[in-house]
Every structure is written in structure tokens, then in C-alpha cells.
Design a protein around this ligand. Structure first.
Ligand SMILES: NC(=O)c1ccc[n+]([C@@H]2O[C@H](COP(=O)([O-])OP(=O)(O)OC[C@H]3O[C@@H](n4cnc5c(N)ncnc54)[C@H](O)[C@@H]3O)[C@@H](O)[C@H]2O)c1
Length: 300
């Protein structure tokens, strides 16, 4: 039996998606949410304790970490041996680790399955799940995860699923500001919004930094040839000049320019501008090449 705690927008979508394939019992503190589920053919329990006692796998879909923590503390002593908790609520990685510490005290395992996508993605089985698992329970719970998602990707130890989701959304939000401030600059210079869309739909601006520079250069440690950091610095100075001359406020592109200044000052001027990655390798004592070897074996 699969218990689903929290039958709000996302929890109810998860329950509706998986109950045709698996035995499901839901629970929500709000009786109206339980009633709605019953009307859709999903069984619900009358208490948290009842659902905990009946379930081998528990899915959490809670609004806040404090509520997840209180529920994990309540249900762990009641769960069957070898039960697993899947935390899908969006919380911080260290909060996942705190929940795992609590559950391990009761010999219950807990993984994080961060949901990429919204309610409609879940309803249409188009959501992607990002998994953090330190206890090798992913295979045990994979039938449940498969019933609710398009893809399941193992990201690393406990908390890594949530970290990956937060990073993914952070990238989307940062790229959004780059697109809007670039489009505004273009329009001020007489280029139509539709032409900006066509321009940025090409490979060079948005995709190539990832596909070529990150994947083919940074992950290979190859900074020879290409477009130099000096030239990237020069071109982004031109953008700043354009913006200044035309009174255009910039945020993201102005901040990004400073990285090229620092990279040039660190002696990377003649190397391909992917060499900005070496700054973070130095600051954080990481190695992008090593990371690649690990992650290639970790996609489920
Ligand atoms: N909605 C989305 O598109 C989406 C997408 C990805 C991730 N998430 C994450 O999923 C989680 C749930 O989001 P949501 O949009 O469904 O929120 P929601 O507020 O609609 O649902 C939360 C549910 O938890 C219930 N609840 C609160 N305290 C409870 C308790 N003590 N016991 C049992 N039930 C309790 C509430 O009654 C409510 O029905 C959040 O962490 C959110 O960040 C949501």
C-alpha cells in the first residue's frame, strides 16, 4: 500500500495519477481534500496514524519543512519495518538530511524526489523526478516513481534531488532576466521582439554555452583555441556601452561581465572563454572533469 500525506494541488495529482496502477491510501488534515479524493475513487484514511500503519511506502507532499518534520517524527515509530518515505515537497537539501536522520533512528529509509514541473505535468505524466538517495532504496521505490513521472534521474546522495531542482529553477530564472534585458536592449535599437526571438532561438546564444562550452570544453578540460576570454570581455564591454548610451538598465549581463574581468586578471585571457570555469574550480576546490565521470553512471 502506498500512503500519500498531503492531498493539496500536487499531492492530489500524484494520488490520481498512481491509484490506477497501485494501491493507494491518502490523508490530508483538511477533510474536504479527502472527500474530493474519495469522489475521484482514491481511498483515504481517517488519521495519519492509520495511513502510516497500512503503508509500505509513504509519499509526502507538504507545504513546509516544519510540517514534513512533524509528520516524519509522528509516523516513523508506526511504520512497518523496511518502509520507505519519499519526500516530494520542495525543501532545502540540509532539511532532507535532517528528515533522514530522524527516520534512520527508527530504521526507516527516506529519499528525496524533487518534482520538476507543475500540477498539469503530473496529471499528464510529464513530470521529471530528481532523486537524492544515500541508502540504495531507489530500486525499491522505482515502481511508484515510474507510475508518477516521465523520467527519474538519480542526482546524488540525500538532498541532491532538492539541490538539483533549486539549481535548475535558479538557472531558468537567471536566463529569464538575461532574455528580457537583451530583448529590451534590442527593441530600443530598432530590432523587433519577433526578430529577437528568432535570433535567440538559434544555437549560439542560449544553447552553445551549455552544449559546447560546458559539455565539450569544461568537462574535457579543453580551453585551447575557440573565442578567447579577452574577446568575450571586449564584446560584453560593447554591450555595456550600448546600454549606457541608450539609458538601458542592465542587471544580469552587467554582473556577468565582471566574471570576464576577473578571468582575464587571473591569466585566462588567451584561453577560450569557457576558462571562467577555472575560477570556481579554484575557489571551491572542485574539478568539473571528475564530476562528469561520476554522473555518467548515475542516470536511472
Ligand atoms: N503545485 C506545484 O506545482 C508544485 C510543483 C512541484 C513541487 N511542489 C511542492 O509540493 C508541495 C505541495 O505543494 P501543493 O501545491 O500541493 O501545496 P498545497 O498547499 O496545495 O497542498 C498542501 C496540502 O498539505 C495539507 N496539509 C498541511 N498540513 C498537513 C498535516 N499536518 N497533515 C496532513 N496534511 C497537511 C494541506 O491541507 C494541503 O492540502 C510543496 O512543497 C510544493 O513546493 C508543488
Amino acid at each position: 500500500m502506498i500512503g500519500i500525506i498531503g492531498l493539496g494541488n500536487m499531492g492530489s495529482a500524484i494520488a490520481s495519477k498512481i491509484h490506477s496502477e497501485l494501491d493507494v491510501i491518502g490523508y490530508d488534515i483538511d477533510a474536504a481534500k479527502c472527500k474530493k479524493m474519495n469522489e475521484n475513487g482514491v481511498a483515504t484514511g481517517s488519521s495519519l496514524e492509520e495511513v502510516a500503519a497500512k503503508s509500505q511506502i509513504i509519499i509526502l507532499s507538504m507545504p513546509r519543512f516544519s510540517i514534513s518534520k512533524s509528520i516524519v517524527s509522528t509516523i516513523c515509530p508506526l511504520l512497518q519495518k523496511n518502509a520507505v518515505i519519499i519526500e516530494t515537497s520542495t525543501i532545502l537539501p540540509n532539511e532532507v538530511r535532517e528528515l533522514r536522520e530522524i527516520s534512520l533512528q527508527h530504521h526507516i529509509k527516506l529519499i528525496d524526489a524533487a518534482i520538476l514541473g507543475g500540477v498539469s505535468h503530473m496529471q499528464n505524466k510529464q513530470a521529471d523526478l530528481l532523486i537524492g538517495d544515500s541508502d540504495d532504496v531507489l530500486q525499491t521505490v522505482s515502481p511508484v516513481l515510474k507510475a508518477m513521472s516521465k523520467t527519474i534521474q538519480f542526482m546524488g546522495p540525500a538532498g541532491a534531488g532538492m539541490a538539483a531542482k533549486i539549481i535548475n529553477n535558479g538557472v531558468a530564472h537567471a536566463v529569464m532576466t538575461v532574455i528580457v534585458e537583451s530583448a529590451a536592449t534590442a527593441m530600443k535599437l530598432g530590432i523587433s521582439a519577433e526578430n529577437v526571438y528568432k535570433l535567440l532561438s538559434g544555437e549560439t546564444a542560449l544553447l552553445r554555452p551549455l552544449t559546447h562550452r560546458f559539455h565539450e570544453r569544461i568537462q574535457e578540460g579543453n580551453y585551447e583555441g575557440g573565442m578567447s576570454t579577452e574577446n568575450a570581455r571586449k564584446d560584453s564591454t560593447l554591450f555595456l556601452q550600448l546600454a549606457q548610451e541608450n539609458g538601458i538598465p542592465l542587471f544580469s549581463i552587467q554582473a556577468a561581465h565582471s566574471v570576464y574581468e576577473v578571468a582575464a586578471q587571473n591569466g585566462f585571457g588567451k584561453e577560450d572563454y569557457a576558462a571562467i570555469a577555472k575560477l570556481w574550480e579554484k575557489w571551491l576546490n572542485i574539478n568539473f572533469q571528475k564530476d562528469r565521470e561520476v554522473s555518467m553512471n548515475e542516470t536511472v
